[in-house]
Design a binder for this molecule. Structure first.
Ligand SMILES: *Cc1c(COP(=O)(O)O)cnc(C)c1O
Length: 427
């Protein structure tokens, strides 16, 4: 599929049926797989042969869909996980251990912030957070001898900051460390971080990739470009024998293209078991088949809603990188020339109460904690995800009481705007 465009890959990459085989990806609804001899099975346990033995580690349906996402991102290998949270945890824990250090952009999804700032800290993995607007010198200064990964989001959820991936990759590589990028919001249709120097890409497939609010899931893609052996002292997990598999060395046996995902599968999936169910992988693939058709519509609607809100007298400000006066517009033009995503944030005049009233008036936009769905939805953090905070505490998080996050679906933009118009008129 390498010679085909991303549009064609969305539809046909991954599962390629042979003569007389099912057209649709088969759902292999089986926990286990049968072998004729113990010797056959033994080869799998020694990682000497490829094949399946237990769905806690690997399942063919998942691998078909992971292979599609690997091709969309331009990577060499990929693995599906049970959620985006599991993807980010495993992507980092595959190369970090107690005593390691991470440099991460401070503008990231709240769940990921909590994961690395609190939960991974309890495992002895420390993180230094840096502004996504840091200069090269500031980024360099955050690195330590024990830094093992750099992390950021292409477009941050919900702040909508755009990361300078090329700069982050340059600095990470100067320190002999891979750059891990969460590419959930733009999807590979709008940005492929590997082309800008990222080494590992993660996704919450729950969002645009699934696209229909049907299944929670995640994915990790390896570019196959990071030379673990060249930094062997930093990554003993990949470059020294794994005694749980008769002493194989992942980077030697599976090379740069395969070492990282093979280790993540054979060690982390074996031990944590947060694999995506084959049923959800099937649903995810249905979403992927139309991703390239849906993303331009999400962006078109996002741009139209952002522009409409910008000119409204009941609105204080709008955050959307597609707007010319947005702080990240120049970066968006470089990294997201075809648009970023359909999520728009704005501050309504009158704070919490007006925000609640406005949202109650909406007829098409559902109030949900979800984003990136075919159906439009919205959220006021001050009365939902952040409701335990007072105005002072909200300010510290960079969120105001009147801030509303609008996730533009793929409905008709005129209908979406008309609905916003009447809802604003009646507050
Ligand atoms: C939602 C989200 C996650 C977490 O994904 P889940 O599938 O909800 O576990 C991680 N990163 C980003 C950017 C997200 O939007």
């Amino acid at each position: 599929m390498d010679n085909f465009s991303i549009n064609t890959k969305c539809v046909q990459a991954g599962y390629r049926p042979g003569n007389g085989e099912p057209r649709q990806v088969p759902i292999i609804q089986s926990t286990t797989f049968k072998y004729n001899t113990s010797e056959d099975m033994g080869k799998l346990f020694d990682l000497e042969a490829e094949g399946y033995f237990y769905t806690r580690l690997q399942n063919p349906t998942n691998d078909y869909v992971a292979a599609k996402i690997a091709q969309l991102e331009g990577g060499t290998a990929a693995m599906l996980t049970s959620s985006g949270q599991a993807a980010n945890f495993m992507a980092l824990f595959n190369i970090c251990e107690c005593g390691s250090h991470i440099v991460a952009s401070s503008s990231i999804y709240g769940g990921t912030f909590n994961l690395i700032a609190n939960t991974m800290a309890k495992m002895g993995i420390e993180t230094t957070f840096v502004s996504p607007d840091s200069t090269e010198e500031e980024l360099n200064a955050a690195f330590k001898d024990n830094t093992r990964a750099m992390f950021g989001e292409t477009i941050a959820n919900p702040a909508l900051t755009v990361l300078d991936i090329e700069l982050f990759a340059k600095v990470a590589h100067e320190h002999g460390v891979p750059l891990v990028i969460d590419n959930t919001f733009p999807t590979p249709v709008n940005c492929r971080p590997i082309e800008w120097g990222a080494d590992i890409v993660t996704h919450s497939t729950t969002k645009y990739m699934d696209g229909h609010g049907a299944g929670v899931g995640g994915c990790i893609v390896d570019s196959g470009k990071f030379d673990w052996m060249a930094h062997a002292d930093k990554y003993p997990g990949l470059t020294t024998p794994d005694e749980t598999y008769h002493g194989i060395v992942y980077a030697e046996k599976f090379g740069m293209e395969g070492a990282y995902i093979t280790k993540a599968t054979s060690q982390l999936m074996r031990d944590f078991g947060c694999i995506q169910s084959p049923q959800n992988a099937y649903l995810l693939n249905l979403g992927l088949e139309s991703l390239h058709v849906r993303m331009p519509r999400h962006c078109e609607n996002g741009q139209a809603v952002a522009e409409y809100l910008s000119g409204h007298d009941k609105v204080n400000f709008v955050i959307y990188p597609g707007l010319e006066n947005d702080k990240y517009h120049e970066r968006a033009k470089k990294y997201l020339p075809n648009g970023g995503c359909g999520v728009v944030s704005f501050e309504i005049k009158g704070g919490r109460e007006t925000a609640e009233k406005f949202m109650k008036n909406l007829k098409l936009w559902a109030i949900e904690t979800h984003v990136a769905d075919a159906r439009s939805c919205c959220l006021n953090p001050a009365t939902a995800t952040h409701r335990q905070m007072n105005d002072e505490q909200l300010k510290e998080c960079g969120i105001s009481a009147g801030l509303i996050r609008m996730s533009c679906g793929i409905e008709d933009k005129e209908d979406l705007i008309k609905d916003i118009e009447q809802a604003l008129a009646n507050v």
